[in-house]
Write a new protein. Sequence first.
Length: 75
Amino acid sequence: MLMAHPAVLDHLVEEYTTLAALHAEAGGPEGRARLEVLARTLCTATGTADVDTALIAARHRLPGARPEDDSLLAA
C-alpha cells in the first residue's frame, strides 16, 4: 500500500478536525462537501474504511507518535 507523506497527513488531519470542530457538516454545501472530500482522502491515504479510524491511523503515522501506542488495537 502506498503511504501518504507525514506532512500531507498532518495537513489533512488538521483541516478535517478544524472543519469538524466548526460543525461544517451542518453548514452550507461547500463546507459539507469539503468535509466529505477530506474524509474520503484520509480513508484512502490510510487504507481505512471510516474517517474515525482514518484519523487514528493518520495520527499514528505522524512524527512523534509513540511506537508503543496501541490505540489501533481492539480492547
